[in-house]
Ligand binder design. Sequence first.
Ligand SMILES: O=C(O)c1ccccc1N[C@@H]1O[C@H](COP(=O)(O)O)[C@@H](O)[C@H]1O
Length: 221
Amino acid sequence: MTADRPPVEIKICGLTDVEAVDAAVAAGADWLGAVFFPPSPRSVDAAWAAEMFDALPDDVGTVGLFVDPDDAVLDAVLNHVRLDLIQLHGRETPARVDSIRLDFGRPVMKAVGVAGTMDLDTAMLYADHADRLLLDAKPPPGADRPGGHAMPFDWSVLGEWRAPLPWMLAGGLTPDTVTEALRVTGAPGVDVSSGVERTRGVKDPLLIDRFCAAVRAAEGR
Ligand SMILES: O=C(O)c1ccccc1N[C@@H]1O[C@H](COP(=O)(O)O)[C@@H](O)[C@H]1O
């Protein structure tokens, strides 16, 4: 990988405390994510997300992660928190993505679970609807949430896939695996949550720093 490509975008998701937010900004993360999905161990409420995000520099993007949200949930959060991007991590249809973009005036990143090439066909259904795609592992059977399980998918599935939209790779990335993930997939962005935690739901500033440094080293920066 050479430095003549745009820098790989780094998203640190599932932030729940200011120390980790500060660590992510200091490490050069491009996007910081908060989870608004109560079953998640990383879920936060709008008031706390505002505490974490509202004073961030303008060049750091903020992402709200939702799972099949209704309009009332989106309204309540988006009226309180500076969120630059909505991540939809549930079973939202292309039409629902359209209506959320229109009604809430934010770009949308649609997460798609990937286990095989058929899932890439599913991702293509969002080409004219979402602003970005997030390719994640599928959750294990019986899981109470559709992501954040520290599980990678088989990156080789992506093969010569040409994404119709800007996209990020997610699912079980860590400071130790992200170099290989970038080599295999050529992803223009990476998203991590579990892999920079010291215990489930608690981010580790040192792991955040190591993750971002590994990405920059992998791309020769
Ligand atoms: O983190 C969660 O608890 C979560 C809940 C519901 C939907 C998605 C969730 N996490 C997102 O999943 C990907 C991959 O996470 P990981 O690195 O494997 O832990 C990422 O976007 C998380 O924010």
